[in-house]
Ligand binder design. Structure first.
Ligand SMILES: [Zn+2]
Ligand SMILES: [Zn+2]
Length: 144
């Protein structure tokens, strides 16, 4: 249960630990994205992200490199990663500047979060199996 009296904090960073970040609010959503851009930038069939308010996200060590590309939604996305070890860390969607999507596996404790939504299923590779019992969306999702 959410306890507003206790400060909320989760932390994460890249493989070489040059870059570290902190999240100070409960995630709004935990999603798996199957879009081609996420596939390419992660080198994997999909990427798993926590969506959190941008005001509650802070890089506390190092300076990530940035790469801007068009996301599946048509808006640009700025992908942030470690220039030293190459780990993808988080992305800033230009279509919604209030949010940041943080790669779950860059967290110190990825086991604490389980994706409950899958997006851009239409771009998934034919050999990908999507998890059961989660909401599937062909494309993007409007986050309230
Ligand atoms: Zn690094
Ligand atoms: Zn994606």
């Amino acid at each position: 249960m959410k306890n507003s009296l206790e400060p909320y904090e989760i932390t994460g960073g890249c493989l070489c630990r040059n870059i570290r970040y902190r999240i100070t609010e409960h995630p709004l959503m935990c999603a798996i994205c199957y879009c081609r851009q996420c596939q390419h930038s992660s080198g994997s069939e999909a990427t798993q992200v926590l969506v959190v308010p941008r005001t509650q996200f802070k890089v506390i060590k190092g300076e990530p490199k940035k790469y801007k590309s068009k996301g599946g939604s048509g808006f640009s996305v700025i992908r942030c990663f470690c220039g030293e070890c190459g780990s993808p860390l988080f992305a800033l969607p230009e279509g919604n500047r209030d949010l940041v999507s943080v790669k779950i596996c860059s967290l110190d404790d990825p086991a604490a979060f389980k994706p409950n939504v899958a997006i851009f299923i239409r771009e998934a590779q034919p050999w990908t199996s999507t998890p059961e019992k989660i909401h599937l969306f062909q494309q993007s999702l409007q986050i309230p």
